[in-house]
Ligand binder design. Structure first.
Ligand code: SF4
Length: 302
């Protein structure tokens, strides 16, 4: 039996669904029931009726699914797959930061631990950060952990944002030079980048989108696209837009953490029911509150 047949058989036996982030390996995306960005997958996790969710992403994503679905078993096929950006802030550090800015609301990008979410008023994703910040009553906003997303959001709000100094190592290494060189290599192609990129990269782009935003935008244009985000998304862009050209802005925009999940780890996860994610109930309830508020705010502009 092929490994894919094994996965499908186990999935049926376990009453499981497989969710995969847009940055996962192509073969993992191909066996998933749903692929998407953080917000899309969070919403999907709530709607799913299956007993088991296998979350193919990094640790905070499986944790968010567990926070939103206490009655389901959420499995993380590779708990070692962590997000370095999420690890750049702790709940203690956030509590101290909040003391420096009393009266400010706290917005937390979903790329964060449940403990940090629990300390926040509301979560956001890269697609709805502007909508979330502008929905707040307060005129001052603490924004953690991504500095680049905070600064991008600042462009679209009159509120004063106090950013945490975290960053995504994968997006942060994209340079203005990469954009200029790729434009020369692919004349006529448009450059679309993720808001986790540096501000000078964003300034040079034709468009700034979340991963799902890029997938939607690709369907509205016939142009070739230079992609300024993790290369995993190019698999889906090509699959959904056959015959079109999508070029990575550079050859090294790879998140090694996202690539830790393989077909073998998904198969083993379903076979051995590992690794179930649990979040302490007091943290779960507070983190769920921040995520629920975000889900109520809905998908953003991009
Ligand atoms: S791409 Fe960046 S933000 Fe996403 S999981 Fe990897 S390190 Fe974290």
């Amino acid at each position: 039996m092929s490994i894919i047949d094994e996965i499908f058989k186990l999935k049926k036996e376990r009453d499981a669904v497989i969710l995969a982030h847009n940055y996962q390996r192509g073969e993992v995306q191909d066996i998933a029931d749903y692929t998407g960005d953080s917000l899309g997958l969070s919403q999907k996790a709530v709607d799913i009726e299956a007993k088991v969710i296998v979350f193919c992403g990094v640790d905070f994503m499986a944790e968010s699914a567990a926070v939103l679905n206490p009655d389901k078993t959420v499995l993380n096929p590779k708990p070692e797959a962590k997000c370095p950006m999420a690890e750049m802030i702790t709940a203690d550090a956030l509590r101290a930061f909040k003391k420096e800015h009393p009266g400010a609301a706290t917005v937390c990008y979903v790329n964060s631990s449940a403990a940090v979410k629990a300390e926040s008023d509301i979560c956001c994703t890269s697609s709805n950060s502007i909508k979330v910040v502008n929905s707040l009553e307060q005129d001052e906003v603490i924004f953690v952990p991504d500095y680049n997303l905070a600064m991008y959001t600042q462009r679209f709000t009159a509120k004063k944002i106090y950013p945490w100094n975290g960053f995504c190592p994968t997006h942060h290494q994209i340079t203005a030079g990469d954009v200029l060189v790729s434009r020369m290599e692919h004349p006529g192609a448009e450059v679309v980048v993720h808001p986790e990129c540096r501000q000078e990269v964003i300034d040079l782009a034709d468009g700034v989108y979340s991963t799902d935003g890029m997938l939607k935008y690709a369907k509205t244009t016939d142009k070739d696209l230079i992609i300024g985000t993790e290369v995993g998304i190019i698999h889906r862009l090509k699959k959904e837009n056959p015959g079109r050209n999508f070029y990575p802005v550079s050859g090294y925009v790879v998140c090694p953490n996202m690539k830790m999940i393989t077909l073998e780890t998904v198969r083993d996860s379903l076979r051995d029911m590992r690794t179930p994610i649990s979040v302490p109930e007091d943290i779960r309830i507070k983190a769920k509150n921040a995520l629920d508020k975000m889900l109520a705010a809905g998908r953003g502009e991009k």
